[in-house]
Design a protein around this ligand. Structure first.
Ligand code: FAD
Length: 255
């Protein structure tokens, strides 16, 4: 079984995010960067399937050089090797452009399964997985919470508005993974030491014969208006209750 797993490096969700002075992007200097949490489920599932059925897991990433750290985490968890695209011209690619580049990277070999996260927790578009499946011509199941890999097909469960949908997909197929699928393992110390020595193929857009093409251009970023300060009521409880009712009625218009 040959499995491709997609990983993106994102800002830690606990990090305080600020915009650049010209609002053209997010200030990432000094921000803790991590492997996208939903990609951890994808990496774990890929390794579990390989442990059951044999084969290899190849990590794919497009991003700045600093994204090598996220790739290293996936290799330390147990993936065999990595293929990355490092090219400043790819920095402004939209989700479809990223899916196109990933499809060209993946098509250089034959894979039975492609696993990715359901979304990247920074730009949050949920588009890369389904767009990539379309470009590869693979059937796709999104937001999976269970997975049983057979010899010719994979059976997955996905939560859909209070019901669980069970789907069977013939290989090759793409699955996007979400919380509940598994418990991602921590990289072991030997895994961390081996990760630096695992093979990594570094490509550019020119290697793929691609021009950077985006149909969506980000025009700017803005933060929501600051929330008004909360009000603390003082005095006797019955007076506070009266004032609260007035405020709910007249200011919050809640009653
Ligand atoms: C030089 C350079 C700089 C970049 N800088 C940024 C940046 O600052 N911020 C930013 O958000 N993006 C950056 N990117 C990456 C790219 O713009 C995003 O991947 C793209 O916006 C799609 O992300 P998404 O959030 O829409 O993905 P979603 O569709 O929400 O992601 C779904 C899943 O697709 C997979 N996936 C998504 N993106 C990638 C990827 N790049 N590589 C491998 N798998 C992926 C993951 O498994 C993810 O869980 C950079 C790329 C390059 C080459």
């Amino acid at each position: 079984m040959k499995i491709a797993v997609l990983v993106k490096q994102v800002a830690d969700t606990a990090a305080r995010i600020e915009l650049l002075p010209d609002d053209s992007g997010v200030k990432l200097d000094g921000v803790q960067m991590v492997l996208n949490p939903y990609d951890e489920f994808a990496v774990e599932e890929a390794i579990k399937i390989k442990e059951q059925k044999g084969g290899e897991v190849v990590v794919f990433n497009i991003g700045p050089v600093s994204a090598d750290e996220a790739v290293k985490t996936a290799l330390a968890m147990g993936c065999e090797r990595a293929v990355v695209l490092r090219d400043d011209a790819a920095a402004g690619l939209d989700a479809c452009g990223i899916a196109e580049a990933l499809s060209q990277m993946i098509k250089r070999e034959e894979f039975d399964l492609v696993l990715c996260g359901k979304q990247a927790v920074d730009s949050d578009t949920h588009q890369v997985g389904p767009a990539l499946a379309e470009k590869l011509g693979f059937p796709a199941a999104t937001f999976i919470t269970s997975c049983a890999a057979g010899d010719d097909s994979v059976v997955v469960g996905r939560d859909a508005e209070g019901i669980t949908e069970t789907l069977e997909l013939k290989y090759p197929a793409l699955l996007s993974c979400q919380k509940g699928l598994n418990e991602p393992r921590y990289p072991s110390l030997p895994g961390i030491m081996q990760a630096a020595r695992k093979p990594k193929d570094t490509l550019t857009l020119a290697d793929l014969g691609m021009e950077p093409r985006s149909k969506v251009v980000v025009k700017g970023y803005s933060t929501p208006p600051p929330r008004a300060e909360g009000k603390v009521l003082t005095g006797e409880i019955p007076d506070q209750v009266k004032e609260l009712v007035q405020l709910l009625r007249n200011e919050a218009r809640a009653v």
